[in-house]
Design a protein around this ligand. Structure first.
Ligand code: G3H
Ligand code: 13P
Ligand code: ZN
Length: 333
């Protein structure tokens, strides 16, 4: 029997995005696969009074199990209330859905929002697939994120060597014909901890650190002009915090020249029609750094709670920092 997200206490993105666009902030969309990530996301959202999107990729759903994830989302709502938030605004979102069948399965098992990523398809095929998902989703009051333009790097099972910025001249036609509720665009972000090759960057003469090329704000502004007030989504928005990378490298890891999107650029984007910012890699880094530190400093430790606990705390700190200092979604509940 199908489960509606409403029975689980979740919400879709419609109201949330409208308020975020009007208020000049962005909703955090944090990927999760594990209980510790889920706990850290809920703790951070409750303590900062932020709405939050908990998102799950196809791979995460396979890893964690679809049934378990559904109960974790339900548990997240109950946990938020237990922590003192009477009306949590939590979305369970499918990240990078690659087929109608996957989106339908998520909608039928309690997701309140889905992404159909047809960005690698020819334009007309992307429209046809997105429209089909929108029709099914809207019949269940589930909101749909679509994508136009291709990000460099690996998008789950959609891979691209180079990025192709979204073409502003296509967005009105695409949004109108598909009926999608939000649009992920390509303006220079990409997935993972290596967003730019060193040769694409310059070096800060003072620190010697790599400085990435700026995002294409001109493309973003041109899209905003075409679709005033329409919710825009940024994928690949981890900043790859240097201190986490340094900790990982110090304790036996190997992440040379890892580089992300500077936070000031995300701060600027959050003030525009960008109302959802996707962060996965930073949480992975925060978790790995904390675990490596415990392993290195306490080689005799083998109780998982003793390293997953610090990992959870470090992720919570990261999530709170993003909410308060980058996206500005705090104090909105
Ligand atoms: O955009 C991709 C997300 O970071 C999810 O990655 O497919 O490894 O779960 P994943
Ligand atoms: P990052 O790899 O930059 O965290 O991007 C995550 C993302 O876009 C998930 O869809
Ligand atoms: Zn993504």
């Amino acid at each position: 029997m199908a489960t509606s997200y409403k029975e689980l206490g979740l919400v879709n993105t419609r109201e949330m995005f409208k308020k975020a666009v009007d208020g000049g902030y962005a909703i955090p969309a944090f990927n999760f696969n594990t209980m510790e990530q889920m706990q850290a996301i809920v703790q951070a959202a409750v303590e900062t009074k932020s709405p939050v999107i908990m998102q799950v990729s196809k791979g995460a759903r396979q890893y964690a199990n679809a049934t378990i994830l559904r109960y974790m989302a339900q548990g997240a709502v109950a946990y938020a209330k237990e922590l003192g938030c009477p009306n949590p605004q939590i979305v369970l979102h499918l990240d990078h859905g690659d087929s109608f069948e996957l989106c339908k399965s998520c909608i039928d098992t309690g997701f309140s929002s889905v992404m159909i990523d047809g960005s690698a398809l020819p334009y007309e095929e992307n429209i046809a697939l997105t429209k089909k998902v929108v029709e099914y989703a809207h019949a269940h009051d589930v909101t749909v994120e679509a994508e136009l333009g291709v990000l460099a790097g690996v998008e789950d099972e959609v891979a691209s060597e180079v990025s192709h910025y979204t073409k502003p001249e296509e967005v009105i036609d695409f949004a109108t014909r598909t009926g999608c509720d939000s649009l992920a665009i390509s303006i220079g972000t990409s997935h993972g901890a290596y967003k730019f090759k060193p040769e694409q960057c310059t070096r800060d003469p003072k620190t010697g650190k790599l400085v990435p090329p700026p995002l294409a704000f001109d493309v973003l502004h041109a899209i905003e002009k075409k679709l005033p007030g329409f919710p825009i989504v940024l994928h690949g928005s981890s900043s790859v915090p240097q201190e986490e990378v340094d900790t990982i490298n110090k304790y036996g890891g190997k992440l040379p020249d890892a580089i992300g999107i500077p936070e000031e650029q995300l701060r600027e984007a959050a003030k525009s029609a960008v109302c959802k910012i996707n962060i996965d890699s930073d949480s992975r880094l925060a978790m790995t750094a904390a675990i490596r530190k415990v392993f290195a400093e306490k080689p005799g430790e083998f109780d998982p709670r003793k390293y997953l606990g610090p990992a959870r705390d470090n992720m919570k700190k990261l999530y709170m920092h993003k909410i308060v200092n980058v996206l500005g979604s705090n104090d909105k509940l």
